[in-house]
Design a protein around this ligand. Sequence first.
Ligand SMILES: [Zn+2]
Length: 161
Amino acid sequence: MNKKGHVLNAALLSLGLGYVLEPSGDVETFRTIIMIGVPVTLGALFPDVDTAFGRHRKTLHNLPVLVGFVAFPYVFGNLEYVWIGVLTHYVLDVAGSKRGIALFYPLWKKEFGLPVGVAVSSRHADVMTMVITVLELALVALIVFEIPQWGFEMGRQMAGL
Ligand SMILES: [Zn+2]
């Protein structure tokens, strides 16, 4: 996807995340949206820096880079949430665009993409971005709201209650 698609995806994802994590709809929700939205949007813009430095869709579009951003806050105590932006960038490139990305670069140069992807220049690119964003939010909501419930039920049954 192009920069517009990645910003749209990051902004809408952050808006949704704000409401999933802080559903009250008051100033706390707004605060959460800003707190998550700024680093997520920056993270979502980062991988395409490899259009200028390195090999596009390879150098900064791989799992080692993502692992680095996941680990960074634990090691250095800042850059929380940036990994979410990097991850959603990968998801959008893999699922939404035709070309795919080199997930295992530099070990393996093969680019992986899903066959549902559209060309970045396609007029369907924005629709594709919206669909993927909605699916991402549905998955997050499932994890946040449903999985704790399943865990609770399972624990209850195992305890024989
Ligand atoms: Zn990209």
